[in-house]
Design a protein around this ligand. Structure first.
Ligand SMILES: [Zn+2]
Length: 414
């Protein structure tokens, strides 16, 4: 096999890895870089991305995070895609509400530890504990060689057990491990992250201290976090209000064990922006699905003190109009770095204007250094290639048999 990491040897985001065997090729992820323009021009130079080319057998999406699939919308529409079934549904549901979603024409599905044949390649996915739902690591076999791509992973989420499973029962004889290192250099080496389950107490405490409406700014697609929030709501006796986009994402998981908009204690709020989208697309059947669970703007003020709302700054106008912000409190439950960006200044001003305090309550979607070390040790590859990190140069301090590669350069697996 030959490998070319088009993007990822120097950065978090924009991951794209091409693997070739006997003239046939597969691509792992086609992510949107954090800084590059969201346009076709950012699509890596891969044969078959811009013109029909039969040697490109498939594009595999490891998980539904933009930095792993974000440029896929610029691929030819009939490009053969491979991803988790729930991941496909989530991206499709998101495509109605946000420009970040995407619907594909030809998709095969990944299933935990079920091998898939693609020309000369055998692809075996391993479910990951990560902040995206339906996320996988990928074992790629061809020419008697074995490459393992970590995807994005962690060991402290709600699927921590799946992480422990791969440590105990790892794929063997791995020639090359392509391993993410998002948190390397971001936090001190010894730091272990709080477990997702521990966050519940943080949420509960903040909810109990808030006289008015609790606004939780979290990603609608971080299902682990949603469960944390829902459990804290249950314990506090408050109802949880979600928007229709979130309701559709929950439905797209297809997992009956996860909270759904139709469950007791959950209400569906339709912000103006989503209302306009539904009217424009004449998708009244969608609104109809959630009719029994709806909460309307004129009810927000009276129910504020008994509610928690999954929030995004795009909803600020709706809440202002509903006059439900007295005694409100924002729980910020995303990567702290986003809040420091210039584009968030208007939101911070909005908080100030309404005297709304903000509390951080978050844990990383990525593994700590200690978990990455345990993972690398379990996989025990002949060569470890760092990817998906701003500090790939530092991997040598923490791992054995590290070989750094360059973006856009082909190399042979020996
Ligand atoms: Zn991710």
């Amino acid at each position: 096999m030959r490998v070319c990491i088009h993007r990822g040897t120097q950065e978090v985001g924009g991951t794209c890895i091409e693997i070739e065997s006997g003239g046939k090729r597969i691509v792992l992820d086609v992510g949107l870089p954090l800084e590059a323009e969201d346009s076709e021009a950012s699509l890596p130079q891969v044969k078959g991305f811009r013109e029909r080319e039969s040697s490109l057998l498939a594009v595999v999406i490891s998980h539904p995070h933009q930095d792993h699939y974000g440029l896929a919308k610029y691929l030819l529409p009939d490009t053969p895609m491979i991803m988790g079934a729930a991941a496909e549904r989530i991206l499709k549901a998101a495509s109605f509400f946000t420009p970040a979603g995407v619907a594909f024409q030809r998709v095969r599905h990944l299933e935990h530890r079920v091998p898939l044949s693609i020309g000369p390649f055998t692809l075996t996915p391993f479910l990951n504990d990560h902040s995206a739902y339906d996320a996988y690591s990928l074992l790629i076999e061809a020419d008697g060689q074995r490459v393992f791509y970590s995807g994005d992973l962690r060991g402290h989420g709600r699927k921590a057990r799946i992480f422990q499973q791969i440590l105990k029962n790892p794929p063997e004889d791995i020639d090359v491990l392509l391993m993410e290192g998002t948190t390397i250099g971001r936090v001190s080496a010894a730091k272990q992250f709080p477990a997702e389950r521990e966050l519940e107490a943080c949420f509960l405490e903040q909810i109990r201290q808030t006289p008015g409406l609790v606004l939780v700014w979290a990603s609608a697609q971080n299902i682990d976090r949603f469960v944390t929030m829902f459990k804290a709501c249950k314990k506090s006796g408050r109802q949880l209000m979600i928007d229709m986009y979130t309701a559709e994402i929950l439905r797209a998981t297809g997992n009956p064990k996860l909270p759904q908009a139709t469950w007791d204690g959950i209400k569906v709020f339709l912000p103006q922006s989503q209302k306009r989208q539904i009217i424009k697309a004449k998708l009244f059947s969608l609104a109809e699905c959630y009719k029994a669970a709806r909460i309307y703007p004129e009810q927000l003020a009276e129910q504020a003190s008994s509610s928690v709302m999954l929030f995004r700054p795009s909803m600020s106008r709706d809440l202002e109009k509903a006059a439900c912000l007295k005694g409100a409190h924002v729980i910020y439950s995303l990567w702290p770095g986003y809040l420091k960006r210039k584009e968030q200044y208007p939101f911070l001003e909005w908080l100030e204007r309404h005297h709304i305090p903000l509390t951080h309550c978050h844990t990383s979607g990525h593994a700590s250094l200690l978990d990455l070390q345990a993972f690398a040790q379990a996989i025990n590859p002949k060569m470890l290639v760092p990817i998906h990190s701003f500090e790939t140069g530092r991997f040598k301090e923490f791992f054995d048999r590290v070989e750094q590669k360059e973006d856009g350069k082909w190399w042979e697996i020996s």
